[in-house]
Design a protein around this ligand. Structure first.
Ligand code: KIV
Ligand code: ZN
Length: 509
Protein backbone atom coordinates (compact mmCIF):
# COMPACT_ATOMS: atom_id res chain seq x y z
CA UNK A 1 0.00 0.00 0.00
CA UNK A 2 1.36 3.44 -0.93
CA UNK A 3 -0.09 6.47 0.82
CA UNK A 4 -1.01 9.67 -1.00
CA UNK A 5 -0.67 12.48 1.52
CA UNK A 6 -3.71 14.72 1.74
CA UNK A 7 -2.72 18.36 2.24
CA UNK A 8 -5.87 20.31 3.00
CA UNK A 9 -5.82 24.02 2.28
CA UNK A 10 -9.46 24.91 3.05
CA UNK A 11 -8.29 27.26 5.79
CA UNK A 12 -5.87 29.06 3.45
CA UNK A 13 -6.61 28.80 -0.28
CA UNK A 14 -10.25 27.97 0.56
CA UNK A 15 -10.53 31.03 2.71
CA UNK A 16 -9.26 33.11 -0.22
CA UNK A 17 -12.51 32.22 -1.95
CA UNK A 18 -14.56 35.40 -2.34
CA UNK A 19 -16.81 35.68 0.70
CA UNK A 20 -15.41 32.70 2.58
CA UNK A 21 -13.60 34.48 5.41
CA UNK A 22 -13.92 32.79 8.80
CA UNK A 23 -13.36 34.03 12.32
CA UNK A 24 -10.86 32.37 14.64
CA UNK A 25 -13.39 30.23 16.53
CA UNK A 26 -14.80 28.95 13.25
CA UNK A 27 -11.31 28.12 12.00
CA UNK A 28 -10.54 26.15 15.15
CA UNK A 29 -13.76 24.21 14.86
CA UNK A 30 -12.99 23.41 11.23
CA UNK A 31 -9.38 22.44 12.05
CA UNK A 32 -10.65 19.91 14.61
CA UNK A 33 -13.04 18.49 12.03
CA UNK A 34 -10.18 18.21 9.48
CA UNK A 35 -8.20 16.32 12.09
CA UNK A 36 -11.13 13.91 12.56
CA UNK A 37 -11.29 13.56 8.77
CA UNK A 38 -7.66 12.44 8.90
CA UNK A 39 -5.84 14.97 6.72
CA UNK A 40 -2.06 14.53 6.85
CA UNK A 41 -1.32 18.26 6.67
CA UNK A 42 -3.62 21.24 7.12
CA UNK A 43 -2.56 24.63 5.84
CA UNK A 44 -4.05 26.73 8.62
CA UNK A 45 -3.38 30.11 7.02
CA UNK A 46 -0.78 32.62 5.93
CA UNK A 47 0.74 33.87 9.20
CA UNK A 48 2.17 37.11 7.79
CA UNK A 49 -1.05 38.05 6.00
CA UNK A 50 -2.80 39.50 9.06
CA UNK A 51 -2.78 39.31 12.85
CA UNK A 52 -6.03 37.33 12.51
CA UNK A 53 -4.32 34.64 10.40
CA UNK A 54 -1.40 34.53 12.83
CA UNK A 55 -3.70 34.09 15.81
CA UNK A 56 -5.73 31.35 14.09
CA UNK A 57 -2.61 29.37 13.14
CA UNK A 58 -1.15 29.55 16.62
CA UNK A 59 -4.41 28.54 18.30
CA UNK A 60 -4.91 25.67 15.85
CA UNK A 61 -1.31 24.60 16.59
CA UNK A 62 -2.22 24.27 20.25
CA UNK A 63 -5.31 22.12 19.79
CA UNK A 64 -4.64 19.82 16.83
CA UNK A 65 -2.62 16.72 17.69
CA UNK A 66 -2.77 14.32 14.79
CA UNK A 67 -2.27 16.38 11.62
CA UNK A 68 0.73 18.51 10.73
CA UNK A 69 -0.06 22.24 10.83
CA UNK A 70 1.33 24.37 8.05
CA UNK A 71 1.65 28.09 7.41
CA UNK A 72 2.17 29.63 4.01
CA UNK A 73 4.99 32.19 3.66
CA UNK A 74 6.29 34.18 0.72
CA UNK A 75 9.98 33.66 0.06
CA UNK A 76 10.91 36.56 2.30
CA UNK A 77 12.52 36.34 5.75
CA UNK A 78 9.81 38.27 7.62
CA UNK A 79 7.07 35.89 6.33
CA UNK A 80 9.07 32.78 7.15
CA UNK A 81 9.90 33.99 10.67
CA UNK A 82 6.24 34.85 11.26
CA UNK A 83 5.19 31.40 10.06
CA UNK A 84 7.68 29.71 12.40
CA UNK A 85 6.46 31.80 15.33
CA UNK A 86 2.79 31.01 14.67
CA UNK A 87 3.61 27.29 14.49
CA UNK A 88 5.65 27.26 17.71
CA UNK A 89 3.18 25.12 19.66
CA UNK A 90 2.37 22.63 16.92
CA UNK A 91 3.19 19.00 17.57
CA UNK A 92 3.99 18.49 13.89
CA UNK A 93 4.69 21.61 11.84
CA UNK A 94 5.50 22.59 8.30
CA UNK A 95 6.52 25.87 6.66
CA UNK A 96 5.33 26.24 3.08
CA UNK A 97 7.25 28.89 1.19
CA UNK A 98 6.83 29.86 -2.45
CA UNK A 99 7.90 32.11 -5.28
CA UNK A 100 6.64 32.32 -8.86
CA UNK A 101 8.70 30.67 -11.60
CA UNK A 102 6.73 31.34 -14.80
CA UNK A 103 8.08 33.92 -17.28
CA UNK A 104 4.94 36.10 -16.98
CA UNK A 105 5.03 36.18 -13.17
CA UNK A 106 8.79 36.76 -13.01
CA UNK A 107 8.75 39.59 -15.55
CA UNK A 108 5.57 41.46 -14.60
CA UNK A 109 4.79 40.59 -11.01
CA UNK A 110 8.17 40.00 -9.40
CA UNK A 111 10.26 42.04 -11.87
CA UNK A 112 13.08 39.62 -11.23
CA UNK A 113 15.54 37.69 -13.37
CA UNK A 114 15.34 33.88 -13.18
CA UNK A 115 18.72 33.76 -11.42
CA UNK A 116 17.41 36.09 -8.68
CA UNK A 117 14.32 33.92 -8.29
CA UNK A 118 16.44 30.81 -7.69
CA UNK A 119 18.58 32.71 -5.19
CA UNK A 120 15.52 33.91 -3.27
CA UNK A 121 14.00 30.43 -3.31
CA UNK A 122 17.16 28.84 -1.93
CA UNK A 123 17.56 31.50 0.78
CA UNK A 124 13.94 31.10 1.78
CA UNK A 125 14.15 27.33 2.05
CA UNK A 126 17.44 27.50 3.99
CA UNK A 127 15.96 29.98 6.47
CA UNK A 128 12.78 27.90 6.80
CA UNK A 129 14.85 24.74 7.40
CA UNK A 130 16.78 26.50 10.16
CA UNK A 131 13.44 27.08 11.92
CA UNK A 132 11.45 23.96 11.01
CA UNK A 133 12.34 20.37 10.03
CA UNK A 134 9.57 20.03 7.50
CA UNK A 135 9.68 22.53 4.62
CA UNK A 136 7.59 22.57 1.47
CA UNK A 137 8.49 24.72 -1.50
CA UNK A 138 6.06 25.74 -4.24
CA UNK A 139 6.97 27.07 -7.66
CA UNK A 140 3.96 29.33 -8.11
CA UNK A 141 2.52 29.03 -11.63
CA UNK A 142 4.75 25.97 -12.12
CA UNK A 143 2.58 24.63 -14.90
CA UNK A 144 3.26 27.68 -17.11
CA UNK A 145 6.98 27.68 -16.27
CA UNK A 146 9.82 26.59 -18.52
CA UNK A 147 10.42 22.92 -17.72
CA UNK A 148 14.21 23.29 -17.74
CA UNK A 149 14.02 26.20 -15.29
CA UNK A 150 11.58 24.26 -13.13
CA UNK A 151 14.07 21.40 -12.84
CA UNK A 152 16.85 23.83 -11.95
CA UNK A 153 14.74 25.40 -9.18
CA UNK A 154 13.63 21.97 -7.98
CA UNK A 155 17.16 20.64 -7.54
CA UNK A 156 18.33 23.87 -5.87
CA UNK A 157 15.53 24.00 -3.27
CA UNK A 158 15.82 20.28 -2.52
CA UNK A 159 19.55 20.78 -1.96
CA UNK A 160 18.65 23.65 0.41
CA UNK A 161 16.40 21.32 2.42
CA UNK A 162 12.88 21.27 0.92
CA UNK A 163 11.25 17.89 1.57
CA UNK A 164 8.15 18.49 -0.53
CA UNK A 165 8.13 20.13 -3.94
CA UNK A 166 4.74 21.46 -4.97
CA UNK A 167 4.00 22.20 -8.64
CA UNK A 168 0.78 24.21 -8.72
CA UNK A 169 -1.38 24.78 -11.75
CA UNK A 170 -2.04 28.20 -10.26
CA UNK A 171 -4.35 29.43 -13.01
CA UNK A 172 -6.04 26.11 -13.82
CA UNK A 173 -4.74 26.10 -17.40
CA UNK A 174 -3.42 22.61 -18.04
CA UNK A 175 -5.14 19.53 -19.46
CA UNK A 176 -4.65 16.25 -17.61
CA UNK A 177 -2.16 14.81 -20.08
CA UNK A 178 -0.05 17.97 -20.05
CA UNK A 179 -0.02 18.14 -16.28
CA UNK A 180 0.83 14.45 -16.08
CA UNK A 181 3.82 15.03 -18.38
CA UNK A 182 5.12 17.91 -16.23
CA UNK A 183 5.02 15.71 -13.13
CA UNK A 184 6.63 12.83 -15.01
CA UNK A 185 9.53 15.07 -16.12
CA UNK A 186 10.04 16.39 -12.61
CA UNK A 187 9.83 12.93 -11.11
CA UNK A 188 12.54 11.70 -13.44
CA UNK A 189 14.64 14.70 -12.39
CA UNK A 190 14.26 14.59 -8.59
CA UNK A 191 13.54 10.86 -8.08
CA UNK A 192 13.04 10.19 -4.38
CA UNK A 193 14.88 13.28 -3.16
CA UNK A 194 11.57 14.99 -2.37
CA UNK A 195 7.85 14.25 -2.36
CA UNK A 196 6.20 15.74 -5.43
CA UNK A 197 2.91 17.51 -4.82
CA UNK A 198 0.09 18.75 -7.04
CA UNK A 199 -2.08 21.80 -6.35
CA UNK A 200 -4.64 22.38 -9.07
CA UNK A 201 -7.12 25.18 -9.64
CA UNK A 202 -10.43 24.59 -11.31
CA UNK A 203 -10.69 27.43 -13.85
CA UNK A 204 -11.45 24.99 -16.67
CA UNK A 205 -13.19 22.46 -14.44
CA UNK A 206 -10.17 20.13 -14.58
CA UNK A 207 -8.69 20.40 -11.09
CA UNK A 208 -9.67 16.88 -10.01
CA UNK A 209 -8.72 15.26 -13.33
CA UNK A 210 -5.39 17.10 -13.32
CA UNK A 211 -4.62 16.07 -9.75
CA UNK A 212 -5.23 12.43 -10.63
CA UNK A 213 -2.96 12.73 -13.67
CA UNK A 214 -0.31 14.09 -11.30
CA UNK A 215 -0.67 11.09 -9.04
CA UNK A 216 -0.50 8.66 -11.94
CA UNK A 217 2.81 10.21 -12.90
CA UNK A 218 4.52 10.19 -9.52
CA UNK A 219 3.03 12.91 -7.27
CA UNK A 220 2.52 11.59 -3.76
CA UNK A 221 0.93 14.63 -2.12
CA UNK A 222 -2.37 16.12 -3.16
CA UNK A 223 -3.40 19.63 -2.20
CA UNK A 224 -7.13 20.15 -2.00
CA UNK A 225 -10.03 21.77 -0.18
CA UNK A 226 -13.38 20.69 1.20
CA UNK A 227 -16.18 21.34 -1.32
CA UNK A 228 -13.50 22.52 -3.77
CA UNK A 229 -13.49 25.97 -2.19
CA UNK A 230 -10.67 28.28 -3.27
CA UNK A 231 -9.50 31.25 -5.31
CA UNK A 232 -11.74 31.98 -8.33
CA UNK A 233 -13.23 28.67 -9.53
CA UNK A 234 -11.69 26.87 -6.55
CA UNK A 235 -9.24 24.07 -5.90
CA UNK A 236 -9.32 20.30 -6.26
CA UNK A 237 -12.22 18.98 -4.16
CA UNK A 238 -10.87 16.73 -1.40
CA UNK A 239 -14.01 14.58 -1.29
CA UNK A 240 -13.83 13.87 -5.03
CA UNK A 241 -10.20 12.80 -5.29
CA UNK A 242 -10.41 10.73 -2.12
CA UNK A 243 -13.55 8.90 -3.26
CA UNK A 244 -12.10 8.34 -6.74
CA UNK A 245 -9.04 6.67 -5.24
CA UNK A 246 -11.26 4.56 -3.02
CA UNK A 247 -13.85 3.63 -5.65
CA UNK A 248 -11.47 2.99 -8.56
CA UNK A 249 -8.99 0.68 -6.90
CA UNK A 250 -8.92 -1.21 -10.20
CA UNK A 251 -7.13 1.79 -11.74
CA UNK A 252 -5.20 3.23 -8.78
CA UNK A 253 -4.11 -0.14 -7.44
CA UNK A 254 -2.24 0.11 -4.18
CA UNK A 255 -2.62 3.89 -3.76
CA UNK A 256 -4.67 5.01 -0.81
CA UNK A 257 -5.16 7.93 1.60
CA UNK A 258 -5.49 8.08 5.37
CA UNK A 259 -8.83 9.88 5.11
CA UNK A 260 -11.71 8.57 7.18
CA UNK A 261 -14.28 8.91 4.42
CA UNK A 262 -17.16 8.69 6.91
CA UNK A 263 -16.22 12.19 8.05
CA UNK A 264 -16.56 13.69 4.55
CA UNK A 265 -20.20 14.71 4.84
CA UNK A 266 -19.75 16.31 8.28
CA UNK A 267 -16.72 18.24 6.97
CA UNK A 268 -18.61 19.43 3.92
CA UNK A 269 -21.59 20.56 6.00
CA UNK A 270 -19.41 22.40 8.44
CA UNK A 271 -17.58 24.31 5.70
CA UNK A 272 -20.90 25.19 4.07
CA UNK A 273 -22.42 26.29 7.37
CA UNK A 274 -19.46 28.42 8.35
CA UNK A 275 -18.89 30.10 5.01
CA UNK A 276 -22.50 30.21 3.84
CA UNK A 277 -21.29 28.75 0.52
CA UNK A 278 -23.26 25.57 -0.24
CA UNK A 279 -22.13 23.07 -2.86
CA UNK A 280 -24.49 22.97 -5.83
CA UNK A 281 -27.15 20.21 -5.45
CA UNK A 282 -25.61 18.07 -8.20
CA UNK A 283 -22.06 18.42 -6.86
CA UNK A 284 -20.31 15.03 -6.82
CA UNK A 285 -20.11 13.26 -3.43
CA UNK A 286 -21.51 16.02 -1.19
CA UNK A 287 -24.27 17.70 -3.22
CA UNK A 288 -27.80 17.32 -1.89
CA UNK A 289 -28.71 15.09 -4.86
CA UNK A 290 -25.49 13.10 -5.08
CA UNK A 291 -27.18 9.97 -3.69
CA UNK A 292 -30.82 10.79 -4.49
CA UNK A 293 -32.67 8.58 -6.97
CA UNK A 294 -35.62 10.34 -8.49
CA UNK A 295 -36.85 8.36 -11.48
CA UNK A 296 -39.06 5.31 -11.03
CA UNK A 297 -36.75 3.12 -13.11
CA UNK A 298 -33.78 4.05 -10.93
CA UNK A 299 -35.72 3.54 -7.71
CA UNK A 300 -36.88 0.14 -8.88
CA UNK A 301 -33.32 -0.87 -9.77
CA UNK A 302 -32.01 0.38 -6.44
CA UNK A 303 -34.54 -1.67 -4.52
CA UNK A 304 -33.50 -4.80 -6.41
CA UNK A 305 -29.78 -4.18 -6.11
CA UNK A 306 -28.16 -0.91 -4.99
CA UNK A 307 -25.27 -1.41 -7.38
CA UNK A 308 -27.57 -0.99 -10.39
CA UNK A 309 -27.32 2.78 -9.95
CA UNK A 310 -24.78 3.39 -7.18
CA UNK A 311 -21.01 3.03 -7.41
CA UNK A 312 -20.46 3.97 -3.78
CA UNK A 313 -22.78 4.21 -0.85
CA UNK A 314 -23.96 7.29 0.99
CA UNK A 315 -22.87 5.74 4.27
CA UNK A 316 -19.25 5.54 2.97
CA UNK A 317 -19.11 9.33 3.04
CA UNK A 318 -21.01 9.61 6.31
CA UNK A 319 -24.39 10.73 5.02
CA UNK A 320 -26.88 9.82 7.77
CA UNK A 321 -28.96 6.88 6.65
CA UNK A 322 -32.23 7.68 8.40
CA UNK A 323 -33.29 11.25 7.92
CA UNK A 324 -36.62 10.47 9.56
CA UNK A 325 -37.87 11.64 12.87
CA UNK A 326 -35.05 11.65 15.34
CA UNK A 327 -36.01 12.66 18.81
CA UNK A 328 -39.03 14.15 20.44
CA UNK A 329 -39.87 16.30 23.41
CA UNK A 330 -39.78 13.27 25.70
CA UNK A 331 -36.26 12.31 24.72
CA UNK A 332 -33.78 12.58 27.53
CA UNK A 333 -30.29 14.02 27.71
CA UNK A 334 -28.63 10.60 27.17
CA UNK A 335 -30.54 9.96 23.92
CA UNK A 336 -29.72 13.48 22.79
CA UNK A 337 -26.03 12.93 23.50
CA UNK A 338 -26.08 9.62 21.58
CA UNK A 339 -27.69 11.34 18.62
CA UNK A 340 -25.01 14.05 18.69
CA UNK A 341 -22.28 11.42 18.69
CA UNK A 342 -23.87 9.72 15.67
CA UNK A 343 -23.83 13.09 13.88
CA UNK A 344 -20.12 13.50 14.63
CA UNK A 345 -20.43 15.99 17.49
CA UNK A 346 -18.10 14.48 20.02
CA UNK A 347 -15.79 16.18 22.51
CA UNK A 348 -18.42 18.82 23.31
CA UNK A 349 -17.94 20.94 26.40
CA UNK A 350 -20.58 20.49 29.10
CA UNK A 351 -21.70 24.08 28.50
CA UNK A 352 -22.20 23.53 24.77
CA UNK A 353 -24.10 20.31 25.44
CA UNK A 354 -26.35 21.92 28.08
CA UNK A 355 -27.09 24.91 25.93
CA UNK A 356 -27.84 22.77 22.85
CA UNK A 357 -30.11 20.50 24.90
CA UNK A 358 -32.05 23.49 26.18
CA UNK A 359 -32.50 24.81 22.63
CA UNK A 360 -33.54 21.36 21.47
CA UNK A 361 -36.28 21.21 24.13
CA UNK A 362 -37.56 24.65 23.14
CA UNK A 363 -37.59 23.54 19.50
CA UNK A 364 -39.52 20.34 20.35
CA UNK A 365 -42.23 22.46 21.92
CA UNK A 366 -42.67 24.46 18.75
CA UNK A 367 -41.93 22.03 15.96
CA UNK A 368 -43.79 18.80 15.38
CA UNK A 369 -40.92 16.81 13.95
CA UNK A 370 -37.26 17.36 14.73
CA UNK A 371 -34.85 15.98 12.12
CA UNK A 372 -31.13 15.21 12.12
CA UNK A 373 -30.56 18.37 10.11
CA UNK A 374 -32.30 20.48 12.80
CA UNK A 375 -30.04 19.02 15.46
CA UNK A 376 -26.97 19.51 13.30
CA UNK A 377 -27.92 23.17 12.74
CA UNK A 378 -28.46 23.74 16.47
CA UNK A 379 -25.11 22.21 17.31
CA UNK A 380 -23.20 24.02 14.60
CA UNK A 381 -24.62 27.26 15.96
CA UNK A 382 -23.47 26.23 19.43
CA UNK A 383 -19.94 25.13 18.63
CA UNK A 384 -19.09 28.06 16.38
CA UNK A 385 -20.40 30.58 18.88
CA UNK A 386 -18.18 33.60 19.39
CA UNK A 387 -18.26 36.00 22.35
CA UNK A 388 -21.64 37.74 22.39
CA UNK A 389 -21.04 41.47 22.77
CA UNK A 390 -24.60 42.18 21.64
CA UNK A 391 -27.45 39.78 22.25
CA UNK A 392 -30.96 39.90 20.82
CA UNK A 393 -33.63 39.97 23.52
CA UNK A 394 -36.81 40.72 21.59
CA UNK A 395 -37.97 41.72 18.14
CA UNK A 396 -41.33 42.91 16.93
CA UNK A 397 -42.25 43.80 13.37
CA UNK A 398 -45.31 45.91 12.56
CA UNK A 399 -46.35 48.24 9.81
CA UNK A 400 -47.97 51.67 9.80
CA UNK A 401 -51.28 52.48 8.14
CA UNK A 402 -49.50 52.85 4.77
CA UNK A 403 -47.94 49.44 5.08
CA UNK A 404 -44.43 50.78 5.83
CA UNK A 405 -42.76 48.23 8.10
CA UNK A 406 -41.00 49.15 11.29
CA UNK A 407 -38.99 47.07 13.72
CA UNK A 408 -38.91 47.46 17.49
CA UNK A 409 -35.91 45.68 18.94
CA UNK A 410 -34.39 45.14 22.33
CA UNK A 411 -30.72 44.22 22.54
CA UNK A 412 -28.54 43.52 25.53
CA UNK A 413 -24.96 44.70 25.97
CA UNK A 414 -22.95 44.34 29.18
CA UNK A 415 -26.10 43.27 31.01
CA UNK A 416 -27.99 46.44 30.02
CA UNK A 417 -30.88 46.26 27.60
CA UNK A 418 -31.45 48.95 25.01
CA UNK A 419 -34.59 49.43 22.96
CA UNK A 420 -35.19 51.33 19.74
CA UNK A 421 -37.30 51.25 16.58
CA UNK A 422 -36.88 52.24 12.94
CA UNK A 423 -38.78 52.08 9.68
CA UNK A 424 -37.23 50.55 6.59
CA UNK A 425 -37.69 49.61 2.96
CA UNK A 426 -39.04 46.22 3.91
CA UNK A 427 -38.84 44.29 7.16
CA UNK A 428 -35.21 43.18 6.78
CA UNK A 429 -34.07 46.74 6.16
CA UNK A 430 -36.03 47.93 9.22
CA UNK A 431 -34.39 45.27 11.38
CA UNK A 432 -30.85 46.08 10.26
CA UNK A 433 -31.41 49.83 10.63
CA UNK A 434 -32.73 49.38 14.16
CA UNK A 435 -29.78 47.19 15.14
CA UNK A 436 -27.41 49.83 13.71
CA UNK A 437 -29.15 52.56 15.74
CA UNK A 438 -28.86 50.58 18.97
CA UNK A 439 -25.33 49.27 18.47
CA UNK A 440 -23.84 52.47 17.04
CA UNK A 441 -22.27 50.54 14.13
CA UNK A 442 -23.22 51.05 10.54
CA UNK A 443 -23.16 47.77 8.71
CA UNK A 444 -23.32 47.38 4.94
CA UNK A 445 -25.08 44.19 3.89
CA UNK A 446 -23.02 42.27 1.32
CA UNK A 447 -24.96 39.03 1.15
CA UNK A 448 -28.16 37.61 2.59
CA UNK A 449 -29.35 34.01 2.30
CA UNK A 450 -32.28 32.13 3.78
CA UNK A 451 -32.78 28.40 3.67
CA UNK A 452 -35.02 25.85 5.33
CA UNK A 453 -32.98 23.49 7.50
CA UNK A 454 -35.29 20.51 7.06
CA UNK A 455 -38.70 19.63 5.66
CA UNK A 456 -42.19 20.88 6.49
CA UNK A 457 -44.01 24.17 6.80
CA UNK A 458 -42.61 24.54 10.30
CA UNK A 459 -38.99 24.13 9.17
CA UNK A 460 -36.30 26.06 11.01
CA UNK A 461 -35.05 28.99 8.96
CA UNK A 462 -31.33 29.41 8.69
CA UNK A 463 -30.23 32.89 7.68
CA UNK A 464 -26.66 33.73 6.71
CA UNK A 465 -25.69 37.37 6.36
CA UNK A 466 -22.43 38.89 5.33
CA UNK A 467 -21.88 42.46 6.42
CA UNK A 468 -19.06 44.99 6.34
CA UNK A 469 -18.71 47.17 9.42
CA UNK A 470 -15.62 49.08 8.30
CA UNK A 471 -15.14 50.35 4.78
CA UNK A 472 -12.76 48.30 2.60
CA UNK A 473 -12.15 45.78 5.37
CA UNK A 474 -13.26 42.14 5.32
CA UNK A 475 -16.96 41.45 5.63
CA UNK A 476 -18.10 39.17 8.46
CA UNK A 477 -20.52 36.29 8.35
CA UNK A 478 -23.27 35.76 10.90
CA UNK A 479 -25.72 32.89 11.24
CA UNK A 480 -29.21 32.95 12.68
CA UNK A 481 -31.42 29.97 13.36
CA UNK A 482 -35.08 30.39 14.25
CA UNK A 483 -38.52 29.18 13.27
CA UNK A 484 -39.23 32.75 12.22
CA UNK A 485 -37.14 34.10 9.33
CA UNK A 486 -37.06 37.69 10.60
CA UNK A 487 -35.92 36.62 14.07
CA UNK A 488 -33.23 34.53 12.37
CA UNK A 489 -32.26 37.60 10.32
CA UNK A 490 -31.78 39.73 13.41
CA UNK A 491 -29.73 36.99 15.09
CA UNK A 492 -27.57 36.57 11.99
CA UNK A 493 -26.86 40.28 11.63
CA UNK A 494 -25.98 40.60 15.32
CA UNK A 495 -23.80 37.48 14.90
CA UNK A 496 -21.89 39.16 12.07
CA UNK A 497 -21.43 42.26 14.23
CA UNK A 498 -20.19 40.14 17.15
CA UNK A 499 -17.81 38.33 14.82
CA UNK A 500 -16.45 41.65 13.58
CA UNK A 501 -16.00 42.88 17.16
CA UNK A 502 -14.17 39.69 18.17
CA UNK A 503 -11.76 40.06 15.24
CA UNK A 504 -11.50 43.86 15.09
CA UNK A 505 -8.17 44.09 16.85
CA UNK A 506 -6.81 41.46 14.45
CA UNK A 507 -7.72 43.24 11.21
CA UNK A 508 -4.80 45.01 9.58
CA UNK A 509 -5.46 48.74 9.64
O1 KIV B 1 -2.20 28.33 -6.50
C1 KIV B 1 -1.06 28.52 -6.05
O2 KIV B 1 -0.08 28.61 -6.77
C2 KIV B 1 -0.93 28.63 -4.61
C3 KIV B 1 0.46 28.62 -4.07
C4 KIV B 1 0.66 29.65 -3.03
C5 KIV B 1 0.78 27.24 -3.57
O3 KIV B 1 -1.91 28.64 -3.88
ZN1 ZN C 1 -3.71 27.93 -4.98
Amino acid sequence: MEIIKIFDTTLRDGEQSPGASMNTEEKIKLALQLERLGVDVMEAGFAAASPGDFEAISRISEVVQNSAICSLARAIPKDIERAAKALEKAKQKRIHTFIATSPIHMEFKLKMQPSEVIKRAVEAVSLARSLCEDVEFSCEDACRSDIGFLKEVALAVIEAGAKTLNLPDTVGYRLPQELGNIIKELKSCVGDLAVLSVHCHNDLGLAVANSLAGIQNGARQLECTINGLGERAGNTALEEVVMILKTRKDIFGNLDTRINTKEIYASSKLVADITGIRPQPNKAIVGKNAFAHESGIHQDGMLKNRETYEIMSASDVGIPQDNGLVLGKHSGRAAFKDKLASLGFIELTQDALDSAFEKFKVLCDKKKEVYDEDIRALLTEEVTKIPQVFELLALQISSDSNGVPYAAISIQKDGISRIDAAIGNGSVDAILKTIDRISGYNGVLKDYKVEAVSEGKDALAKVVVKAEFEQNKPAFIGHGLHLDTLQATAKAYIGALNSYLSMRSLIIK
